[in-house]
Every structure is written in structure tokens, then in C-alpha cells.
Write a protein that binds this ligand. Structure first.
Ligand SMILES: [Zn+2]
Length: 202
């Protein structure tokens, strides 16, 4: 939020309505110092008077928060920007998930190799040594498998109910009910459990 832009916008709208700062503050039951603070970008109007301010200025809250008039065409554009921004964020989350999977696999493998080396150096070859090696392999294979599962299953899914596209969270990935193309997931938008179609794998 750009407070300076919002402030200038408030001042502009006030002047369009032929109001002085004092007149506007009187209508809102605030001091004219408060109005001047908003207009210089030093403070934001409290949320409880925002609606009243908007109705006096003849704008809607979105316009106030954007600091400009929004025409319908531009509204679509801004919505697209917002959706694009959200998609980029998901993409980033996606990449982080993938990177952390690689990290887990690498760390587990290094740990496994070092442990096996230590076991074979310290303990003479016998049944107990084999037992320890098997246990450590199992212990370190588990995180690898989990990480692999994360890596394979990150992707976009489409909700059957509302067609919302979303990336499942860790909890969603852990759900086991799935086919190669579909997965039982809780939609992030409508909150319903449906068999969601897998859309992409990146
Ligand atoms: Zn949904």
C-alpha cells in the first residue's frame, strides 16, 4: 500500500467534492489534523471510518486502498496482476519444496554413507554389524522416500467442485488416496474433498 499515493488521492477526491479539510473532518467526527495526516501520507484512516470516508468522497474502498479511480477495464487488469502475483508465489513455494526435497535426499545419503563407514570401521564383521547397517539403511531411506514423494507430487491440481487450481500443501501431499492422474484433496478455496485432476508437473 502506497500511503503517499492514497493521501494524494484523498486530497484530490476531497477537492472534487468542494470540501475543505475542516469540512471533511467535521463530517467524519475527526480532527482536521487527522485529515491532514492522511493526505500527507503520514497515517491511514481507521478502518471504522473508511467506509464513511469513501461514501463522502464517492469512491469505493478498493479505490481508496489503490489510491486511484478504477475503471472496469482496469479492474480486470488489476485482477490479472493479482492472480499473476499469486501464481508466482505458488511457483516459488513449489521450487522451495523441490529444493528442500533434494536437500533431504542429499543429507540422508551423506549421513547413511558416513554411518556405514563408521560401523564397518568400529565393529568387527559379524551379525551385529550387518544388523546395524540394515537398521541405518532403513532409517535413512525413509526420509529419502518422503522427500521423493514431495518432489514427484508437487504440481497443480484442479478442484472438481469449483475448478480452483491449487498446489496441495504438505498435509495434502501426505494423503495417500490417489491415482496417477487424480488425488483426493481438500480444495483451498471451497474446502471440499474431491478427486482433483492433476494439471502439471514441473
Ligand atoms: Zn473447490
Amino acid at each position: 500500500m502506497d500511503q503517499i499515493k492514497i493521501g494524494k488521492f484523498i486530497a484530490e477526491c476531497r477537492k472534487n467534492k468542494n470540501l475543505t479539510q475542516a469540512q471533511l473532518s467535521e463530517k467524519l467526527n475527526v480532527t482536521d489534523r487527522a485529515v491532514s495526516k492522511w493526505e500527507t501520507g503520514n497515517a491511514m484512516p481507521d478502518s471504522n471510518i473508511m467506509l464513511k470516508l469513501c461514501s463522502i468522497l464517492g469512491i469505493d474502498v478498493n479505490e481508496l486502498l489503490c489510491g486511484e479511480m478504477i475503471d472496469m477495464e482496469k479492474k480486470d487488469e488489476q485482477l490479472n496482476d493479482l492472480i499473476f502475483q499469486m501464481a508466482t508465489n505458488e511457483e516459488r513455494y513449489h521450487k522451495r519444496l523441490k529444493h528442500s526435497s533434494y536437500m533431504i535426499i542429499a543429507i540422508s545419503l551423506i549421513a547413511l554413507i558416513s554411518i556405514i563407514t563408521v560401523i564397518s570401521l568400529l565393529i568387527p564383521e559379524c551379525g551385529f554389524q550387518y544388523f546395524l547397517i540394515v537398521v541405518s539403511v532403513i532409517l535413512f531411506i525413509i526420509p529419502c522416500l518422503i522427500a521423493l514423494k514431495f518432489k514427484v507430487e508437487t504440481g497443480y491440481y484442479e478442484c472438481k467442485n469449483c475448478q480452483n487450481m491449487f498446489v496441495p500443501n504438505y498435509k495434502g501431499i501426505a494423503v495417500l488416496m490417489q491415482t496417477p492422474t487424480k488425488k483426493l484433496l481438500k480444495c483451498t478455496k471451497c474446502g471440499k474433498w474431491t478427486w482433483c485432476k492433476k494439471l502439471s508437473k514441473k
